[in-house]
Design a protein around this ligand. Structure first.
Ligand code: ATP
Length: 236
């Protein structure tokens, strides 16, 4: 039986600008990501990685080609469909985007309460549970300001994963961290993803974390120039 990919991209092109200023940024991208796979995307600055990530995340409209998330076509999808898609994706960015006036637990709890009609007690229990899983059980009532960069990034991971999304998108999650904190952060992501069967697409310049990937894809001038085949595809 052929497994349905979480993400399936075919002949995707993308352009910025209008008229004479219109410039093609992505060229004929083809990529599939399967359930539970960790895919790392590398490539020089300006090669189009963030653009591709934002298209996959439903943060931009697909202009040309096909991009399917769990079998649902995003090309010509309505805004309402994109909004509902975003609920199924966890986002982790370099700037962790935590709310400074909320504690670690409240930052995570808010993500739970946005998505589901569950009681406050349940939301608190879920938030505290995942904060323990990322090693912050002793810090649930701390404000981000009083935590280290690595600890803040772990809150962002907890927030991205707390609703068990099928896909997590991470853009340079270790860029602001020292070597050990960066390593800890990606190992926590790897561990939680494998435990829950979450797929992760992670953009990075950080060569020290490439070994956590099941597959590495490389972007150059808007073209996916190299991609190793995943174990899942090899088995098909
Ligand atoms: N909103 C925009 N409008 C016009 N051009 C843009 C826009 N966003 C990005 N670009 C251009 O598109 C190209 C690809 O940018 P993108 O941010 O996707 O690359 P990247 O590989 O993620 O780079 P980095 O590693 O530096 O984050 C760059 O030349 C950039 O200047």
């Amino acid at each position: 039986m052929k497994r349905e990919p979480v993400i399936s991209i075919k002949h995707l092109n993308h352009y910025y600008g209008k008229g004479a200023l219109r410039r093609q940024i992505l060229f004929d991208i083809n990529l599939e990501i399967y359930s539970g796979e960790i895919v790392i995307m590398t490539g020089p600055s300006g090669s189009g990685k963030t653009t591709l990530l934002s298209l996959i995340g439903g943060l931009r409209s697909v202009q040309e080609g096909s991009l399917k998330f769990l079998g649902e076509e995003l090309y010509r999808a309505s805004q309402a469909k994109l909004v509902s898609l975003r609920r199924n994706i966890g986002y982790i960015f370099q700037a962790h985007n935590l709310l400074e006036f909320l504690t670690a637990r409240q930052n995570v709890q808010m993500a739970v309460e946005l998505n589901k009609h569950i009681s406050q007690q349940e939301a608190i229990a879920k938030a505290e549970g995942i904060l323990r899983a990322v090693g912050l059980g002793q810090r649930v009532n701390y404000y981000p300001d009083s935590l280290s960069g690595g600890q803040k990034q772990r809150i962002a991971i907890a927030r991205a994963l707390v609703n068990n999304p099928p896909l997590v998108l991470a853009d340079e999650p270790t860029a602001a961290l020292d070597k050990q904190s960066g390593r800890d952060v990606v190992e926590i992501m790897q561990h939680l993803a494998k435990e829950k069967g979450t797929s992760i697409l992670l953009v990075t310049h950080d060569n020290r974390i490439l070994d956590i990937a099941d597959r590495i894809v490389e972007m150059e001038d808007g073209i996916l120039v190299r991609q190793s085949h995943s174990a899942v595809e090899r088995k098909l």
